[in-house]
Design a protein around this ligand. Structure first.
Ligand code: BEZ
Length: 215
C-alpha cells in the first residue's frame, strides 16, 4: 500500500461496515454481534506489547460497566488467533485479568482497512488505536484515533458512551466536559412561538439559544 493511502474510513453517521471475523470467542458476524446492543469496536497495534496490555486490561476491568449500559466490546489487531490466545492466557496467568470479549485476528488486514485502522504514515503493519462506538441500529456514532505510542483514556470512552446514550434518551446535547449528573443543553427553539416560551421559562439561560437543565 502506498504511504498515506487509507483504503476506507467510516465516518460518524455511516452504517458500520459489516464483516465476518475469526475471534478469540469463535467466528462472528459483526451485524449479528451488534443486534440489540451498542458495540465498542477498538483496535490495538500488537499483542504482547506494554501499552496494549494496559488498555486491554482496562477494557476487561470495565466488564460490568459496559454490560450495565447494554454495550459489548470487540477488540482487533493484526495478529494471529494463536498469538491472541497466548496473550490472553499470559495476561490472565500474570495478573488475573481475563479478556473475555472477542478479539479479532485480522491477519489479512481486511477489517483494519475497512475501518481505517491501518494508517500507513504511522505503521504499515500495525493498526493504530481506534475506537468506534456503534449504536444498536448499526450506526457509527463516535470515532477516536490514537497513535501507537499513546494509550487511550478509559474515563473518556465511558463518558462519551454515556453522553451518546443520554443524548438519545432525552433529546439533549452535552456541553464541554459533561459528565453524568451535570446539566445538559436543550435544543434551541425553532419557531418564534418556541422562542417566546423559552424566554418566559425558568431555564438557566445564557442566551435564547443556549439553555441548560438538570435531568
Ligand atoms: C505498546 O503497546 O506498548 C506499543 C505497541 C506498538 C508500538 C508502540 C507501543
Amino acid at each position: 500500500m502506498e504511504a498515506n493511502t487509507i483504503t476506507s474510513m467510516p465516518r460518524i453517521g455511516d452504517k458500520a461496515p459489516d464483516f465476518e471475523a475469526v475471534t478469540t470467542t469463535g467466528k462472528l458476524k459483526f451485524s449479528d454481534y451488534n443486534k440489540g446492543s451498542w458495540v465498542i469496536l477498538f483496535s490495538h497495534p500488537a499483542d504482547f506489547t506494554p501499552v496494549c496490555t494496559t488498555e486491554m486490561s482496562g477494557f476487561a476491568k470495565e466488564k460490568e460497566f459496559f454490560a450495565n449500559h447494554n454495550t459489548k466490546l470487540m477488540g482487533l489487531s493484526i495478529d494471529s488467533i494463536h498469538a491472541h490466545i497466548a496473550w490472553v492466557n499470559a495476561v490472565h496467568e500474570k495478573t488475573g485479568v481475563l479478556f473475555e470479549f472477542p478479539i479479532i485476528a485480522d491477519i489479512d488486514m481486511s477489517i483494519s482497512k475497512l475501518y481505517g485502522m491501518l494508517q500507513p504514515g504511522e505503521s504499515e503493519t500495525a493498526a493504530v488505536r481506534a475506537v468506534f462506538i456503534i449504536d444498536p441500529e448499526g450506526k457509527v456514532r463516535l470515532i477516536m484515533y490514537y497513535p501507537l505510542n499513546v494509550g487511550r483514556n478509559m474515563a473518556e470512552i465511558k463518558r462519551t458512551l454515556l453522553a451518546l446514550q443520554t443524548s438519545d434518551e432525552h433529546k439533549v446535547a452535552m456541553p464541554l466536559d459533561w459528565e453524568p449528573g451535570k446539566k445538559v443543553i436543550i435544543p434551541a427553539p425553532k419557531t418564534i412561538e418556541a422562542l417566546a416560551e423559552r424566554k418566559a421559562s425558568k431555564l438557566e439561560m445564557v442566551d435564547w439559544y443556549l439553555a441548560k437543565k438538570t435531568l
